[in-house]
Design a protein around this ligand. Structure first.
Ligand code: ASP
Length: 568
């Protein structure tokens, strides 16, 4: 059906032109002898009018919300203009109207300001996605993806695919398993990332690979996490950390300039992991504000105070006294993140108060709280009970004190990550990034694993990790050693990773890469806090697809075919 214009296009320069438009009826109302119709497409809205003498009048009376129509008419200047609409200076007096399709009354308002509950929105996601705000999120997503693709192609990368059905290699998050019909009691796993395959592309000599890859991790959902998510997955041969960093900075600066018209300075800030934890209580600190964590110096320690004789103390100094209620919010956050004891002291009208005061001498308080309205919030306990929980408090304080602007974008590279993590529960080492990450120093990896550092890096934007990667192990012996350090027995290594260690024997080039979390990146660039906004068909917080009603039971016959018996 031919059109002359889209619905955000017409203005005073089109007055007296005959135009043809199509779209959905967003609103239709009768006033006096006139019918006013808002017609909507993915670009915008145009107001149509039909007066009672028009040949289209009778048919226009039939219009309801979400009918699909095609119209022809003359553009006229509006009496009362609508400055909030791009086409708000004109309206189209229509004399031809075709109803292409009708619609039942939609179960939710297809408007930006909808009062529909999330469950309704997700059940009728196709209607929810018709809302301009949602269309904008996904349009931005498409533009962002295309810009990233463009930069990578310009840089000589190939866009290549990797399998969705693979092997379960249970190092990392929980796998989604797919039972095999042909091989009884055997399973494929959905990829948590294309990690091994992208490295095999390097072994195979492709040198520069990328993929907009879907990844699956069977983990509990959070506001910024889904069961399946999209990574911009990148790998290149003969590169070092600086090459990967430069490539990503190129992608980010191009993206922000082309999509948001914001120019971002390079090089991005860099910080070693240890410094990030000690100064910001986080491996992904939000650099839009300061509020650094300070460690209480030894001179303040008072062994008679049970509080101050605990292993670690760190505090944040602020120059505004916050309310009791705000302190309660902070304490809740602190505890939720595994914090032990959080306390405070403040100075108002030259006197000190707060539960912390009794742990310090007056002189010490004078040093800690030098000005009126100064306040310190102090965390004490074991290392893990102090720094990261206080980091969460810092983030919350940033909000309470109104220090965070959502118009600002602060990138940060966190580098020099630990190679391993020790699990007390399992009494073994885990790879902090993944088992293919190379150590900074091989002797350290073997002899001081707990303090050994990795050639791994994360890119952080406004307190969110938006990507992470590493320079990989490319020598077979070292990879073998790494698996052994992770407590894998020889047979396990052969069973799970044999194909990979075998591949490393045949002239593997040094290589490294990174994966960017596309959903999170789009979420930040569109200024929303909910990752579902930028995913067309997301799962709910409780991991359900409301629209399809999945997961769901399957027929007995289907189960039999894959040799599965459900336990009841
Ligand atoms: N595959 C890694 C991840 O998903 C990223 C990488 O090392 O390139 O975190």
């Amino acid at each position: 059906m031919k059109i002359t214009h889209i619905n955000n296009e017409l203005n005073l320069s089109h007055v007296q032109h005959r135009v043809q438009l199509r779209g959905w009826v967003s609103k239709s109302r009768r006033m006096g002898g006139m019918i006013f119709i808002d017609i909507r497409d993915r670009f915008g809205i145009t107001q149509l009018t039909v007066d009672q003498h028009s040949t289209a009048y009778e048919r226009a009376l039939l219009l309801r919300q979400e009918f699909v129509i095609h119209v022809s008419g003359i553009v006229v200047e509006r009496q009362s203009k609508n400055p909030s609409l791009k086409t708000g200076e004109i309206e189209v007096q229509i004399d031809q109207l075709t109803i292409i399709n009708t619609s039942e009354t939609p179960p939710m308002l297809v408007l930006d300001e909808t009062d529909a509950l999330e469950n309704t929105r997700l059940t009728y996601r196709y209607l929810d996605l018709r809302r301009p705000i949602q269309q904008n999120f996904l349009m931005m997503r498409s533009n962002i993806t295309q810009t990233i693709r463009k930069v990578l192609l310009q840089e000589g990368f190939y866009e290549l695919e990797t399998p969705i059905l693979g092997k379960s290699t249970p190092e990392g998050a929980r796998d989604f398993l797919v039972p095999s019909r042909l091989y009884e009691q055997q399973f494929y796993a959905l990829p948590q990332s294309p990690q091994i395959f992208k490295q095999l592309y390097m072994v195979a000599g492709f040198e520069k690979y990328f993929q907009i890859a879907r990844c699956f991790r069977d983990e509990d959902l959070r506001a910024d996490r889904q069961l399946e998510f999209t990574q911009v997955d990148i790998e290149a041969s003969f590169v070092d950390q600086e090459d990967v960093i430069a490539l990503i900075e190129n992608i980010m600066t191009t993206l922000f300039l082309e999509i948001l018209n914001i120019s971002i300075q390079t090089p991005f800030l860099r910080m070693p992991y240890d410094q990030a934890i000690l100064t910001y209580g986080s491996d992904k600190p939000d650099m839009r504000f300061d509020l650094e964590l300070k460690t209480l110096e030894a001179t303040y320690k008072n062994n008679e105070s049970p509080l101050l004789s605990l292993d670690h103390q760190a505090y944040i100094l602020i120059d505004r006294v916050i309310t009791r209620k705000e302190i309660d919010i902070l304490t809740e956050t602190y505890k939720k993140h595994g914090g032990h004891i959080l306390s405070y002291a403040k100075k108002e009208e030259d006197s000190f108060s707060g539960p912390l005061t009794k742990h310090f001498s007056n002189e010490q308080l004078q040093q800690l709280l030098s000005k009126n309205n100064d306040m310190i919030i102090l965390a004490t306990g074991k290392f893990n009970q102090v720094y990261e929980p206080l980091g969460a408090v810092r983030q919350q304080l940033g909000k309470i004190l109104d220090l965070i602007s959502n118009q600002t974008y602060k990138f940060l590279w966190v580098v020099d990550f630990p190679l391993f993590e020790y699990s007390e529960e399992d009494d073994r080492l885990y790879a902090r990034h993944h088992p293919f990450t190379s150590p900074k120093n091989e002797d350290e990896m073997i002899n001081q694993p707990l303090t050994a550092k990795a050639n791994a890096y994360d890119i952080v934007l406004n307190g969110y990790e938006i990507g992470g990667g590493s320079i990989r192990i490319f020598k077979q012996e070292l990879q073998q050693k790494m698996f052994e350090m992770l407590g894998l027995k020889k047979e396990e290594i052969v069973n799970r990773f044999g194909f990979f260690t075998e591949a490393l024997k045949y002239g593997t080039p040094p290589h490294g890469g990174i994966a960017l979390g596309l959903d999170r990146l789009v979420m930040l660039m569109t200024n929303t806090e909910n990752i579902k906004d930028v995913i067309a068909f997301p799962k709910t917080q409780s991991a359900r697809d409301m629209m399809m009603d999945a997961p769901s039971k399957v027929d007995e016959k289907q189960l039999e075919e894959i040799h599965i018996k459900v336990k009841i």
